[in-house]
Design a protein around this ligand. Structure first.
Ligand code: TNX
Length: 524
C-alpha cells in the first residue's frame, strides 16, 4: 500500500482508510494556502472531486484533508496522519507541507497522477497511516542542459513537476554553452538572435551518431523565465541559473566576436558550435568582457531570486590566453603566475560582484584551481576530490560526481542501448551512490549541502530521450538525496526495486518515457 519513493523516515500503518468523496473538504491553514491550491488542482484533475474549501479545521466528517504548519518541525520536515479524523499534513514550513502533499498523492495510487479522471465512480482512499519524514540534504538537485539541445518551456515546466514528485528542490538550469545561448538578455539581443541557433546539429541514435543537416535552436524570453521561476517556486523548487564562463562560451563569441581573443584568432568567423567536446575558444580577459557579463548578470539577478548563481568555470581552455598579448599583459598587470590564476581572477571578479549584491557564486570544481573566494560554493563533478578539497577549505559543496550521477551516461552495457555514450551507470549504481565520501570528518561533511544529478543533452535531442536517460534513475537518485540510507553496500536494492514496481505505474500515468526494466523497446 505504502510503496513510497523516496522512502520516508518512518511509516506506521493502521488498518482502515480515509475515503475521499464529493463532500470531502480541504482545509489549508495560514502559510499552507499555496500547497492547498496546488493539491486541490492536481487532485481535482485526477479525481474529479472538487475538494471544497473549508474555512476551519473540521474533522467531523473524517473524509477531509487538512494542512497546517507545526513550528516544532524542521523546515522541510512533515508529518502525515491518516486516521478516523481524515488526513492531516503538518510541516515545519510550506515546503514541508508540500512534500507531505506529494506523499499523499503517492498514497492515493498511480491514477492520482493523471490529468483527468478515468472514471467518476472510482473510490479514492488513503490508507490509515502515520508518516514522519524529513530530507537528508537541503540541496536535492537536478541539472538540465538546455544549451546542447533546447527544451521548450512546456517541457521545462513538466520537468519541474517531475522533480517535485520526487521531492527534489533545486533546478540547476544550464542556460549557455558553446552550442547555444538560451536566455533573452535585453541589452545584448544578439546573444539569442545569433547565439540561440546553430545551422546543423548532430544526433546520436544507437551506435552510429549521425549528422543531420537541419538547424537547431530556441530560447526563453524573460517572461518565459519569470514563468518558470514562479512555477518552480509554487513547487518549493529553487532555480539556480548557470551562465557558463569563461570557457563553453562560443555561442556568445559568435554573437559578439569582440568577447573572444581577437589578437589570436579571427573571432568574426566563428559560428555557434555544432559539435561536442571541449572547445578551444575562451572569453578574452578584458574590461570589455567583464562589463558585458556584468550586464548579463544584472538581468539574470532580476529574473532569478536564488541565493546561488552558477558561473560555470569548467573545462576552461587556456591556449588562446597563452598566445594572446592582451591576456599576457593582464597577467603581468595583475602580478599573477599564469593562466590558472587568470581564470581564478576572472571567476573571483564575479564572485565579488555577486556578493556585493547579496548573492553567492557557485561553480564547477575547476574554480578551485588558482584559489577560490570566501563564500563561493563548488559543484564537484570530476569525482569527489574537488568536493573534498573544497569542504576541507571551508567551502560549501554539491556532490555530483560524473562517475555516479551523470545521467547522460548509458544505463546498461547491452548493444541496443539507444544512447551508447559514457560509462555504464545502472539503476543500482545510482541507488548505491553516496554523496558524502568517508574521508570527510563529520565537521567537514557539514559543508556538503547536498547532491544533484546532471543531465547533459549532447545526445538527447528531444523530451522522450531526456526522459529515457533520466528515468528511472532519477527515482533512485531522489531516494539517495532525501532518505537516510545505510552505507552503499548495505542498501536494500531489492526492496527499492519492489517499490519501483508501483513507481513505474506513477511514471506511466505521468507519461514519462522511462527505460523499461526489461530493456529498450525496439523503437527506442
Ligand atoms: C563534461 S560536467 C562537461 C559537460 C559535458 C559533460 C558530458 C561539466 C562541468 N562539463 O560540458 O556535457 O561532461 O558528460
Amino acid at each position: 500500500m505504502t510503496e513510497l519513493i523516496p522512502a520516508p523516515r518512518s511509516v506506521v500503518s493502521g488498518s482502515g482508510a480515509v475515503r475521499l468523496t464529493a463532500h470531502s473538504q480541504l482545509y489549508a491553514d495560514t502559510g499552507t494556502q499555496g500547497v492547498g491550491h496546488w493539491l486541490r488542482t492536481v487532485l481535482g484533475q485526477a479525481t474529479g472531486l472538487s475538494l471544497l474549501e473549508a474555512r476551519e479545521l473540521d474533522d467531523s466528517g473524517g473524509d477531509g484533508i487538512a494542512l497546517q504548519l507545526d513550528p516544532e518541525l524542521g523546515p522541510e520536515e512533515y508529518r502525515l496522519v491518516s486516521d478516523r479524523n481524515g488526513v492531516l499534513i503538518e510541516g515545519g514550513s510550506g515546503a514541508g507541507v508540500f512534500w507531505g502533499a506529494q506523499t499523499l498523492r503517492q498514497l492515493l495510487g498511480p491514477e492520482a497522477y493523471r490529468k483527468a479522471p478515468l472514471s467518476r465512480d472510482r473510490a479514492w482512499t488513503v490508507p490509515h497511516v502515520t508518516i514522519e519524514d524529513a530530507p537528508r540534504f537541503s540541496w536535492r538537485g537536478l541539472m538540465l542542459d538546455v544549451a546542447r539541445h533546447f527544451m521548450p518551456k512546456e517541457g521545462v515546466l513538466r520537468y519541474l513537476d517531475l522533480m517535485a514528485a520526487h521531492k527534489l528542490n533545486v533546478f540547476h538550469f544550464h542556460l549557455t554553452d558553446d552550442q547555444g545561448w538560451r536566455i533573452e538578455i535585453k541589452r545584448h539581443p544578439r546573444l539569442t538572435e545569433i547565439g540561440s541557433w546553430r545551422a546543423r546539429t548532430k544526433t546520436g541514435y544507437r551506435a552510429s551518431p549521425l549528422w543531420e543537416e537541419k538547424p537547431h535552436g530556441g530560447h526563453y524570453s524573460q517572461d518565459d523565465i519569470r514563468e518558470i521561476v514562479a512555477y518552480a517556486a509554487e513547487r518549493h523548487i529553487t532555480v539556480v541559473p548557470e551562465i557558463d564562463v569563461p570557457g563553453h562560451s562560443q555561442a556568445a563569441i559568435a554573437a559578439y566576436p569582440e568577447l573572444g581573443n581577437t589578437d589570436v584568432i579571427d573571432t568574426s568567423t566563428l559560428s555557434v558550435w555544432d559539435t561536442w567536446g571541449i572547445n578551444p575558444n575562451v572569453l578574452a580577459p578584458t574590461d570589455n568582457t567583464l562589463r558585458f557579463y556584468e550586464g548579463v548578470f544584472e538581468e539574470v539577478l532580476e529574473l532569478f531570486p536564488s541565493e546561488f548563481v552558477h558561473i560555470g568555470g569548467d573545462e576552461c581552455p587556456k591556449d588562446q590566453w597563452r598566445q594572446s598579448d592582451t591576456a599576457q599583459a593582464r597577467i603581468r598587470e595583475l602580478g599573477i603566475a599564469g593562466e590558472d590564476e587568470l581564470q581564478s581572477w576572472f571567476i573571483g571578479h564575479f564572485g565579488n560582484w555577486l556578493s556585493a549584491r547579496g548573492r553567492r557564486l557557485i561553480g564547477w570544481d575547476e574554480i578551485l584551481e588558482g584559489g577560490l573566494a570566501k563564500g563561493a560554493a563548488v559543484s564537484s563533478w570530476r569525482g569527489y576530490a574537488g568536493g573534498v578539497a573544497a569542504a576541507r577549505a571551508g567551502h560549501e559543496v554539491v556532490m555530483c560526481p560524473e562517475q555516479q550521477v551523470y545521467l547522460d551516461h548509458r544505463q546498461d552495457p547491452g548493444p541496443d542501448e539507444p544512447v551508447p555514450i559514457g560509462w555504464v551507470r545502472t539503476l543500482e549504481d545510482v541507488y548505491r551512490f553516496e554523496p558524502v565520501p568517508p574521508e570527510l570528518t563529520p565537521e567537514e561533511a557539514r559543508h556538503v549541502l547536498g547532491t544533484q544529478a546532471n543531465v547533459w543533452t549532447e545526445v538527447m535531442e528531444d523530451q522522450a530521450r531526456v526522459d529515457y536517460q533520466t528515468f528511472p534513475r532519477l527515482a533512485a537518485f531522489a531516494e539517495v538525496a532525501w532518505s537516510a540510507l545505510p552505507a552503499p553496500a548495505e542498501r536494500d536494492f531489492t526492496g527499492f526495486e519492489r517499490r519501483m514496481a508501483a513507481h513505474y505505474r506513477r511514471l506511466d500515468a505521468l507519461g514519462v518515457a522511462y527505460r523499461p526494466p526489461s530493456g529498450p523497446l525496439p523503437w527506442q
